[in-house]
Ligand binder design. Sequence first.
Ligand code: SAH
Ligand code: SF4
Ligand code: F3S
Length: 460
Amino acid sequence: MTTKRKYHITTFGCQMNKADSERMAGILEEMGFEFVEDPNQAGLILYNTCTIRDNAEQKVYSYLGRQAKRKQHEPDLTLVVAGCVAQQEGESLLRRVPELDLVMGPQHANRLQDLLEEVFNGAQVVATEPIHIMEDITKPRRDSKVTAWVNVIYGCNERCTYCVVPSVRGVEQSRTPEAIRTEMIELGQQGYKEITLLGQNIDAYGRDLPGVTPEGRHLHTFTDLLYFVHDVPGVERLRFATSHPRYFTERLIKACAELPKVCEHFHIPFQSGDNQVLKAMARGYTPEKYRRIIDKIREYMPDAAISADAIVGFPGETEEQFENTLKLVEEIGFDQLNTAAYSPRPGTPAALWENQLSEEVKADRLQRLNHLVSIKAAERSQRYLNRIEEVLVEDANPKDPTQVMGRTRGNRLTFFAGEIKELKGQIVPVQITEVRAFSLTGERLFEGSPAKPLVGVGAS
Ligand code: SAH
Ligand code: SF4
Ligand code: F3S
């Protein structure tokens, strides 16, 4: 009797890692492995790791420590570390955790089968050299049947002084528009309703592809890509992340306003609201330019949802400079903001500077910023009250099986009473009856049934 070998993947970090994990899971299933939720039942464990901040990295070591111990009495266990910690640490990871079988950087995700074959032949393998990322012909094992990620550009050519991403993800590599469209067409045929196009710096897409227009523009910009893929049959919603303010153009904003499938949600990290800090971060824009971008978006799409990332406690940040970040958050009113205290990362310029702030100052600023963020998000949610929103149903509400959950076009998580079997993957009109800072509750509207009378502010 043969039973399938079981594998387990735990993914840390950003959407790029999640997308890579889905492709690696696809490769493992192709090789005959079967997924298991509990890592302790698995014969192969893969940790797809993140090193963006120190606490992300430390989490990996604690997970890994447990499984390394297990391997001491279960020598057949295969242990793989993929992703950004693997790339950053390389061979030194083997010295730290000698039980590891395979250490592989993110650019090697599509090569998992070859690398594992070397492992099964008895080698301990480190794959971290920069390579050209090959198109993967294996079907990813996607977590959702409704929404999917599609990579459009790998890597990052920026040099933000705090950030490890360029050194762990390598230089920008754009996929061809044709490869992206082909993947999207298949997703549409498989019933996926929403696609999020992914890149660290997605609005820089195409700079590395050949060809220029008569006006001297790159032939394949991200805006052109949107026009090229927006009509893929079956796919009803398009999103994209992450945008860099340096490359965000009015042409792109116009395309988003024009193309009905592109959702009115923009994730554009600003990192700091202070010009000096932005300079020290080498971000390449001013707070004024950032404000102008948001104004432009709101000129074309008044209801657009805006989210961003911000860092507090960057080296040398004064109280006044921090207050400029609070001011920007106050003025713009983000629907959501991912905030983090600055964490010095190995190999980045800012980690070597002497003007580091204390953990106390960073924690205090983080807490003050987070407080403002939830106040502003709650204010932003108010506009949804009583409105009818289109919700794409993704799943049952894990806390209440009589409800389903999905997202509005503006990306607000929304709950309403309904049967997941009937509604999964459908776009349903929902009248919003309750609003919270980061989520909404509503009632499904049926065809022919009138909406309730609209009351109060925020009605449309
Ligand atoms: N490419 C995206 C961000 C990718 S990293 C961009 O340029 O906006 C995701 C977020 O992690 C960043 O936006 C930043 O806010 C945060 N981050 C990156 N390095 C960090 C560090 N050293 N300390 C704290 N936060 C960091
Ligand atoms: Fe990091 Fe800057 Fe690149 Fe974003 S743009 S991934 S913050 S280096
Ligand atoms: Fe983390 Fe790597 Fe993403 S460091 S945030 S998983 S690119």
